[in-house]
Design a protein around this ligand. Structure first.
Ligand code: SAH
Length: 675
């Protein structure tokens, strides 16, 4: 069917490669198997969408990305014998048959088993055998298997499947007591033991065992409602859910007058408050996080503001609000794309407020502890951080400075284009600079006694920069290995930086300003399935209830964003949210602005409903409304992702300070924010 060629290319490029599927064998097999042959005629046009689709017996054909991910994680290779539990349409078995030598597939619905067999015959796939029976028993006659895949989820891993795993064999299966709460688990049989790896949240149909009469299942015994991976109709009606949101929401008129006391009560004595935004260019999000921050500083003693910006840029703001820098520095802060993300009215106001607040504390004995600090968590300042380390060492230890110049010299060819570093290392001819950047960091740490004797604060700053250089090296090196590794390197760095701030100040309390995608728990979104983690997830793991994560969302309005990386800022229209998104549920509540507790403080019913996987929108510094669904929506379980949501039905673009808010260099006349 040549007419679907383009759709198939999009599937391979957008849904598989861009989301981290790398194994050429898997990509080739996904290309070779015509998915349209596995769905009913009415659904052919949707065959290459990245979504599960209904098949007979109220079951589903799995989503292409999940099929590819499972096969990649199973490392299926030529020569392997594979067991496939849950034939369904036969699609996953067909893809695996293009890689493995032999695929044995078991399906409990006779109708499905029969039609899959016919499809395999029609397509000439002669290395697949199908059994109508209970797959939880495996297929012992043909075991042991090099790989076992299970396309339906139960409370635990069936013992017979583990037993039928060959040495070194791998088993992938969704596990969870409830289909709302499934994790994709990879088991590997090693010498005598079974290793377990959690691949994140998924949603599969239930695995239905029939121990009494394998293969002779009475349908009335089984749940009949079909639930596709990552997508499932909810038992409560939409109106019910919208009504529950309306009843629980705490409405407010505007950012300045909103009563934040109930929110502060919910935050309680948390040490970490994460303030996420679903776009980098929405005024309401910036103003609300400034307002919440102010309350946390004044009423709860928060003293650390850590933001998604580079360390050296934020350090300039830090010096200004602490009163230690009055004159603009040689290198203006926030000068790289996207400048408008920081150089805007909405950021200027809280920075001024923080400066005044700190001033009012200067006479207090412990001013250094109580004054608020402003810190950058990101790692894009590789070269200025590296220069700072050298400048520091030149002053305190010229010999170490020589060593650092030599070691860091390894990276210097890539100064104008750090991403070229990743390209160079992947060629295999150049082993990279990892040892060099790690060496500088360890030398600094090993000499900390002597170095802190000069100036503890400056030493700490140098350590931050040296760690940033090491983490940024890893980030750029892995840039070409797939989004997952570089994303993880970046978010790990952000978390490490945040933690070092908190470690240094045991009584300190931090508020974080960053995009929702960094702060909502990645394990509750499709990022988790892709093997990506983020700051929010690492923070939750470390701080538990001491960490309170808030996401901010909108339906429509205007936003400041660019068309492309390094492009000029434009004010764009935000499209109304899609019908199957969380945003649309909040929009349908009819409440224009509200705060909505989602976890500990939310009614159980609401929490449960908002745990169901739906679409969620993320606009970064780039917004492409033309391809909004592919570029800006992802799947998430909202009440597992955030503790609270803040809603602005309509929102407006931020106001940039620079007349030229574009990606090109101008002469910024406003640092530090025209104070
Ligand atoms: N891999 C399939 C996915 C089908 S959905 C595809 O690509 O189309 C999962 C399938 O598992 C359903 O068809 C369901 O009937 C089947 N299933 C559930 N429990 C089972 C069991 N105990 N034994 C065999 N099949 C089972």
């Amino acid at each position: 069917m040549t007419s679907l060629r383009r759709e198939k290319e999009i599937m391979i490029e957008q849904h598989l490669k861009r989301r981290g599927i790398r194994d050429p064998k898997v990509l080739k097999a996904m290309w070779e198997i015509p998915r349209e042959e596995f769905v009913s005629r009415e659904l052919v046009a949707l065959a290459y969408d990245d979504t599960p689709l209904p098949i007979e017996e109220k079951q589903t054909i799995s989503q292409p990305y999940i099929v590819a991910l499972m096969i990649e994680e199973l490392s299926i290779k030529p020569g392997d014998t594979v067991l496939d539990v849950g034939t369904g349409s036969g699609y996953a078995a067909a893809v695996m048959s293009r890689i493995a030598d032999k695929v044995y597939s078991v399906e409990r619905h006779g109708v499905l088993a029969e039609s899959a067999k016919k499809r395999f015959a029609a397509l000439g796939l002669d290395n697949i055998e199908v059994l109508h029976g209970d797959g939880t028993q495996g297929w012992p006659e043909h075991g042991p298997f090099d790989a076992i895949t299970v396309a339906a989820g139960g409370a635990e891993v069936p013992e017979p499947l583990k037993e039928q795993l060959a040495k070194g064999g791998r088993l992938i299966i969704p596990v969870g007591a409830d289909t709302r709460d499934q994790r994709l688990i990879l088991l590997t049989r090693t010498n005598g033991a079974i290793d377990r790896k959690d691949l994140g949240m998924v949603r599969f149909v239930p695995l239905v065992a029939d121990p009494a009469q394998p293969g002779k299942a009475r349908d009335s015994d089984y749940p009949t409602r079909a639930k596709g991976p990552m997508q499932k109709p909810s038992p409560k009606s939409r109106d019910d859910i919208v009504g529950m949101i309306r009843d629980t929401a705490e409405p407010f008129d505007d950012v300045d007058s909103a009563d934040l006391n109930p929110l502060l009560d919910r935050i309680g004595d948390a040490r970490l408050v994460l303030l996420g935004e679903s776009s980098h260019g929405t005024s309401e999000f910036y103003r609300m996080r400034a307002r919440i921050t102010k309350e946390l500083v004044e009423k709860r003693g928060f003293n650390i503001v850590a933001v998604e910006a580079d360390w050296p840029d934020a350090a300039q703001v830090h010096r200004v609000i602490r009163g230690s820098q009055q004159q603009p520095p040689a290198q203006p802060a926030f000068d790289r794309f996207p400048r408008w993300m920081w150089r805007n009215e909405e950021t200027r106001a809280p920075v001024r407020w923080l400066r005044d607040h700190n001033r009012s504390l200067t006479n207090e004995a412990d001013a250094d502890q109580t004054q608020v600090g402003f810190y950058g968590l990101d790692l894009y300042s590789l070269f200025s951080s590296l220069a700072s380390v050298i400048a520091y060492l030149r002053q305190v230890d010229p010999e170490m400075a020589e060593m650092a110049i030599r070691r860091y010299g390894c990276l210097s060819p890539y100064e104008s284009d750090p991403s070229a570093y990743g390209a160079a290392t992947i060629s295999g001819r150049f082993s990279g600079c990892t040892d060099d950047v790690v060496h500088v960091l360890t030398q600094l740490l090993e000499n900390s006694m002597e170095l802190t004797a000069h100036d503890g604060q400056r030493f700490r700053d140098a350590i931050h920069n040296a760690r940033l250089v090491a983490n940024a090296e890893a980030y750029y090196r892995t840039l070409y290995m797939g989004e997952r590794s570089s994303w993880n390197a970046r978010d790990s760095h952000m978390f490490e930086t945040l933690q070092s701030l908190l470690d240094h100040d045991p009584g300190g309390k931090a508020v974080v300003w960053a995009h929702n995608s960094h702060l909502g728990n990645a394990a509750a979104t499709e990022m988790g399935v892709r093997g990506e983690h983020n700051l929010g997830q690492l923070a939750k793991r470390e701080y538990g209830d001491q960490c309170y994560a808030i996401g901010m969302f909108t339906d429509h309005g205007t936003v400041a964003a660019a068309d492309n990386w390094d492009g000029a800022m434009r004010v764009k229209q935000v499209q109304p949210s899609r019908h199957n998104s969380f945003e649309r549920l909040m929009h349908d509540s009819g409440v224009a602005r509200f705060m909505l507790p989602l976890r500990r403080h939310a009614p159980e019913d609401l929490k449960k409903e908002l745990a169901d996987v739906r679409l969620e929108r993320a606009i970064g510094v780039i917004y492409r409304p033309q391809t909004e669904l592919q570029s800006h929506y992802f799947q998430a379980s909202l009440s597992n992702q955030f503790d609270e949501a803040v809603w602005f039905d309509e929102s407006t673009a931020i106001t940039p300070l620079d007349r030229d808010a574009g990606g090109g260099k101008g002469t910024p006349d406003t640092f530090p924010f025209g104070l």
